[in-house]
Design a protein around this ligand. Structure first.
Ligand SMILES: [Zn+2]
Length: 444
């Protein structure tokens, strides 16, 4: 049984791992249990199927819906990248191949099996699992495994990514409810540590965000927001709507330029049972974001290009979130050189990405082979994160009914994992270890 099947992203040494064979043959895996639809958790699934996996892939219904747009998009990007390298002869591999194609990504979707939250699935005699809420993104879950090992009942908990533990002013505008399931019990805990060495600001970002939008509009400028198409874009749009309806910002046109974001909005509307009361209230009052007056969702390339001609103040939300590709590149190329405009980052910018370069205060950035001067105002908010930080994680861990015999930290930069280990050891006196690549452990 494989829990999550993510794609390595970021630095080359990591990405190269995507091309290595699986540590055990794909045909030897009976089932995949998937915590959520982010690519670093699900993005290798089409490749696993290509390598021969034919078993069920268990996930929550909303995770399956999101994978239905995210995996084909990933396959499409893989093919585009391979084509680009082949055209420009930039790869030492001749020809460069996609990790998987759009078609293979679509074909992998047939193996998905929906499992609602808190429903137990018997995988094999003496082995069952269920999903509990992780409150990270729509559909996100932790995997609780009940196991008979040497005649003993054992519980394992794999957290996947853990969402914000508290709501309201700390993480306002959340589309999906905060607060992972409390009162867990585990003999062995495998836990993420992304934010192990960082803390989220605790102030409400809305007043500052409203002021930035007001000031930009007053000087005749536009606001450009790079954002992931799924979750982050919806979160930002709901917040903008709320600021407009409460009169904190002017009703300037809002453009959401991402075909995937449109599909994601529809999936959010379908799964409102996972949404916050504030989000449900906004939908009840104003209907689908796709119908909001003044909000335009651009699907085709033609619709996208038309946004360039708008000279009056507007708000443009587009992807990719780190400006590594996608339509946001056109909007930034057009709007970065003008000091009247403002670029607002609401997500993490990985080192080396165009987003990180723009955010760092650099005088120019290379987009489509051109040096684009950065004269627009640049701002960044850290409050939009969908990961719990150490104080929130401790709050959640303190709800455990007993302490796990051992906790393994995964999914974090080395500095983040080691700091979280130290915090948990000091504050909780738990036995915490950092999982090593290819490490084997016994469930005692
Ligand atoms: Zn995630």
């Amino acid at each position: 049984m494989l829990i999550d099947c993510g794609m390595f992203q970021g630095q080359k040494e990591w990405r190269e791992r995507n091309w290595q064979p699986t540590p055990i043959p794909a045909q030897g895996i009976d089932a995949v249990v998937l915590t959520h639809a982010h690519l670093d958790h699900c993005g290798w699934i089409p490749r696993l199927v290509r390598e021969g996996f034919r078993g069920p892939i268990y996930a929550t219904p909303s995770t399956i819906d999101l994978c239905g747009i995210i995996l084909p998009d990933s396959g499409h990007l893989q093919e585009e990248d391979a084509n680009f390298y082949n055209r420009h002869k930039k790869s030492k591999h001749d020809p460069a191949l996609p990790l998987y194609t759009l078609e293979e990504a679509e074909a992998s979707l047939q193996y998905f099996r929906p499992v609602p939250f808190e429903e137990t699935v018997q995988l094999a005699p003496g082995m069952s699992f269920r999903f509990v809420s992780a409150a990270h993104i729509l559909g996100s879950s932790m995997v609780e495994i009940a196991l008979q090992a040497n005649g003993q009942a054992r519980r394992l908990l794999f957290t996947g990514d853990i969402g914000r533990v508290r709501d309201h002013d700390v993480a306002p505008g959340k589309v999906v409810r905060s607060g992972p399931t409390e009162g867990e019990t585990a003999d062995l805990l495998v836990m993420e540590s992304t934010y192990g060495n960082r803390q989220h600001p605790t102030n409400d970002p809305r007043p500052e965000l409203a002021a930035l939008i007001r000031q930009t509009a007053q000087r005749g400028g536009s606001v450009v927001v790079p954002a992931f198409a799924v979750e982050r874009t919806q979160k930002f749009l709901f917040m903008v709507k709320e600021l407009m309806e409460s009169g904190q910002i002017p009703r300037i046109p809002v453009y959401c330029d991402s075909p995937m974001a449109i599909k994601a909005v529809e999936i959010f509307l379908k799964h409102q049972d996972e949404c916050t009361q504030e989000t449900c209230q906004l939908i009840r009052q104003y209907g689908s974001p796709l119908q909001w007056a003044g909000f335009t969702f651009a699907s085709t390339a033609e619709e996208s290009k038309k946004i360039n001609d708008v000279k009056l103040p507007v708000i443009i939300v587009s992807s990719s979130g780190m400006v590594t590709g996608g339509r946001i590149q056109h909007h930034l190329m057009q709007r970065l050189p003008d000091p009247k405009n403002t670029v607002i980052f609401i997500g993490f910018q990985a080192p080396g990405t165009r987003g990180a370069i723009i955010k760092s205060g650099a005088p120019e950035v290379r987009i489509f082979g051109e040096n684009v001067p950065i004269r627009a105002q640049i701002a960044a908010f850290e409050q939009f994160s969908d990961h719990a930080d150490p104080p929130e994680l401790l709050e959640w861990l303190r709800t455990f009914t007993r302490q796990p015999a051992v906790t393994y930290l995964v999914h974090g930069e080395p500095a983040a994992s080691s700091q979280l280990r130290d915090i948990m050891t000091k504050e909780l006196s738990w036995n915490v270890q950092i999982a090593q690549w290819m490490e084997r452990v016994n469930v005692e």
